[in-house]
Design a binder for this molecule. Sequence first.
Ligand code: MRU
Length: 352
Amino acid sequence: MSASSEAIPVETLRWQGTRLELIDQRALPARLEYVSCTSAAEVAEAIRSMVVRGAPAIGCAAAFGVALEAKRQGHRTRTEFDAAMEAGFKTLAASRPTAVNLFWALDRMRAALGAETREDPKAAAARLAEAALALFNADLEANRAIGRAGAALVPDDARVLTYCNTGSLATAGHGTALGVIRSARDQGKRVSVIACETRPYLQGARLTAWEMIQEKIPVTLITDNMAGHLMRLGKIDLVLVGADRIAANGDVANKIGTYTLAVLAERHRIPFYVAAPLSSIDMAIADGSAIPIEERGASEVTGYAGVRWAPEGVGVANPAFDITPAELVGGLLTEKGVVMRPDTRKVRALFP
Ligand code: MRU
């Protein structure tokens, strides 16, 4: 699926009307395979198990999950249909807690469903499919706009340190922080990427490295604990990351380890920017302390892909995200432009 004329380099989500095809991000970079979903429950499981991940991509997948459920339930009476849809919304909302894009997308889909008052559930199903597709296309456009706005902050020859994966794999296409890098490259700037491997789930080593190679953007992989050393040696010009949820005061929840990078960047006076669409901003949350942080399973820390390196019996903590306070954020790069040194007043102004 591609509603826009510009090619999408990596098709993370493919809407096929009666099914949603998702790149299985667990298999990358070894294999490029798709998983097919036909119901809200299957999409929820794909989100939970990280077939699809990255805040905007999770939101898009959830919207398509609602559309799939509506199609599946189209033969029912409207009352039965509404009850089945309510169950579908609940299942999707329970898949992962931190990325607000999931709840933002579900709210949008709920509004689309509420606006369709005709008795025939098939009419509601058609409207929900349109709404999901519109949400997907809007995310793609937002990413391109973030890229245009953010590229101005990337100097020629910049060596950009990035974290986790914020590219086409994490969005409807183009990407947020990686989208800024893509846009800077498309403007003729020479840009190279330093990708942190992003323990425990290795989104940087597996996904960002793979995406940059597809895009022919020079990329160097480091382990997470090398970042400070490279900064001290003057080998990083800029840090660019994404967000899973941004509070009203500009505090940022992002992949665990982002906070450490922000502190290091401040210590070394390196600009630290967060690229994210407005759908990642949660105006209902005053500051980062109220953002729910997902705790994931111990096996991600004690080993990887079936290989265990930690001894049996060890205690494990696995918070998947951390909070970077707004005071460490040099700028929020959004589709509405760049907000330098974000605070509540400036963030609120993004939502007139
Ligand atoms: O656990 P993940 O892989 O879903 O975490 C993703 C991130 O933390 C990304 O940095 C964030 O969602 C921004 S993606 C454009």
